[in-house]
Design a protein around this ligand. Structure first.
Ligand code: BES
Ligand code: MN
Ligand code: ZN
Length: 489
């Protein structure tokens, strides 16, 4: 379970408070304490004297620990909030969670004049930075905070904002858990079982197509990618059907439960992190699990084509020609460009059968995406400016970063094949832009439907703890999708 967050009134320090945290704002000469100075005085600490001696700047995320050597409260944390923008408060929450990780119950003074976005961001920082992955059955390592108490004058008024934020943030944590799970356990069938549990817990419909159903309906891309593994592929379809819905959104997430590259084998260094190649699918599944809690008013279908990309005597070969759902063919020149093959089936199915108003896919699609944009921004492609703007705004509210890239038709010629409708990689060396080329490949399967694609190969994983991000899976996309869906309808 994740750390608990509660709103309450009353005194900052109560009988079971182990630590108190006070906001610190930049001042003219020394920083100033935003609230709770009476509490500090009652605990015997002269904050003005402390701030004179310490060289705190009150930068966002900076945390000063003042240890107390008597009484139940073990420490006061002064937490820099910088300009107090949502971004700064998210950093501040993360900084506090890391620094106070050994305190069981931390009471935080919240200024009642803070906007809702600030409260949400603070909670995001607190909860996301407190995350630790525990493999099934493993014991927790070391201390861990059990609860943050947000102490404010009007706790009841702020409860709805906290509830919605926790629903969003916990979806992010669920996406991290799914993505961090080792592939020894995480087969396509396992992922489908997780989806079944999510459906049961979230009021969703579910249909899982097994390999026989995939053959019967012609999902040739999913089958081709999955046929090298003894653990067969699945297509997961989750549905949220609220009464009176006027629009239908389809979310598609790449669900490669392990990407070895297939016969176009990756070197070991490139392979070790590839249990995370279903991060897009995890974001979609986790977001679907929270739509009821958020009262999403539009119909939403979540599709996750799940397959394990392995080399073997039954694997697809470079040079094979495969037939996608709906009849288009691909020449598989590189079996490591497998994400687009499974997504092509799912996108073709979505647009041909589900009659969506808009389709959004998320995929750890290309290493090239992070070459250009680094490891915190997703590459966003969209067929309309309005959709790009909506998703960018939702990402901003969620504290996730996206940057729009062009669906540059000029490069599409590079995907021409002599033997199939499309080649799965660029056949012309003059064209680079690997993330764009992959997006162009996908665009052939959306049949003119408004569509956006997020290449999350960069931000889906982190090599270290930083702000709200923790090492390993980041859960990227789940929060963004939910912040987008909650505004629709
Ligand atoms: N899953 C990888 C993309 C990836 C790479 C994600 C590194 C995260 C980190 C994808 O299936 C892949 O292998 N893409 C190839 C495409 C190439 C063969 C055209 C790539 O990026 O090298
Ligand atoms: Mn690959
Ligand atoms: Zn992949």
């Amino acid at each position: 379970m994740s750390v608990d967050v509660r709103l309450r009134g009353g005194d900052l320090a109560t009988a079971d408070t182990n630590a108190v945290a006070l906001p610190l704002l930049p001042g003219k000469e020394t920083p100033v304490v935003g609230s709770g100075r009476e509490t500090a005085a009652a605990l015997g600490v002269d904050l003005d004297a402390v701030l004179m001696r310490e060289s705190a700047k009150a930068e966002a995320g900076e945390v000063l620990r003042i240890p107390l050597y008597s009484g139940a409260v073990r420490a006061i944390y002064l937490v820099g909030v910088g300009d107090a923008s949502p971004r700064s408060l998210r950093k501040a929450g993360a900084g506090l969670a890391r620094r106070a990780k050994d305190e069981a119950v931390v009471a935080i003074a919240i200024r009642s004049d803070r906007a809702d976005a600030g409260l949400s961001a603070l909670v995001e920082g607190l909860v996301l930075a407190s995350y630790r992955f525990r493999a099934a059955g493993a014991e927790p390592k070391g201390w861990q905070t059990e609860r943050f108490e947000l102490v404010t004058e009007a706790p009841k008024e702020r409860q709805p904002v906290l509830d919605r934020t926790l629903a969003v943030v916990r979806a992010g944590l669920r996406a991290r858990d799914l993505t961090n799970t080792p592939s020894l356990l995480k087969s396509p069938q396992w992922l489908a079982e997780q989806a079944t549990a999510i459906a049961a817990g979230g009021g969703l419909g579910i249909r899982v197509r097994d390999e026989k159903a995939l053959v019967a309906e012609g999902f040739g891309g999913i089958l081709a990618v999955g046929m090298g593994s003894t653990r067969p592929p699945r297509l997961i379809e989750l549905t949220w059907t609220p009464r009176g819905a006027k629009r239908h959104v389809v979310l598609v997430g790449k669900g490669i439960t392990f990407d070895s590259g297939g016969l176009s084998l990756k070197p070991n260094d490139g392979m070790v992190s590839m249990k995370t190649d279903m991060a897009g699918g995890a974001a979609v599944m986790a977001a679907m699990g929270a739509v009821r809690d958020l009262g999403v008013r539009v119909k939403v279908t979540g599709l996750v084509p799940a397959a394990e990309n392995l080399p073997s005597g039954t694997a697809q070969r470079p040079g094979d020609v495969i037939t996608h759902y709906g009849g288009r063919t691909s020449e598989v020149l590189n079996t490591d460009a497998e994400g687009r093959l499974v997504l092509a089936d799912a996108l073709a199915y979505a647009t041909a059968r589900l009659r969506p108003d808009v389709v959004v896919d998320l995929a750890t699609l290309t290493g090239a995406a992070s070459l250009g944009l680094g490891r915190r921004h997703a590459a966003l492609y969209a067929t309309t400016d309005a959709l790009a703007a909506e998703l960018t705004e939702a990402a901003d509210r969620a504290g996730e970063r996206v940057w729009r890239m062009p669906l540059a038709e000029d490069y599409a010629f590079a995907l021409r094949s002599r033997v199939a409708d499309l080649a799965n990689i660029a056949t012309d060396k003059r064209v680079s832009g690997g993330s764009i080329v992959a997006a162009l490949f996908l665009s052939e399967f959306v049949d003119g439907c408004p569509w956006a694609h997020l290449d999350i190969a960069g931000p889906a994983r982190s090599d270290g703890d930083e702000d709200e991000v923790t090492k390993g899976a980041t859960g990227f996309g789940a929060r963004l999708l939910l912040r987008w869906l909650e505004k629709m309808g």
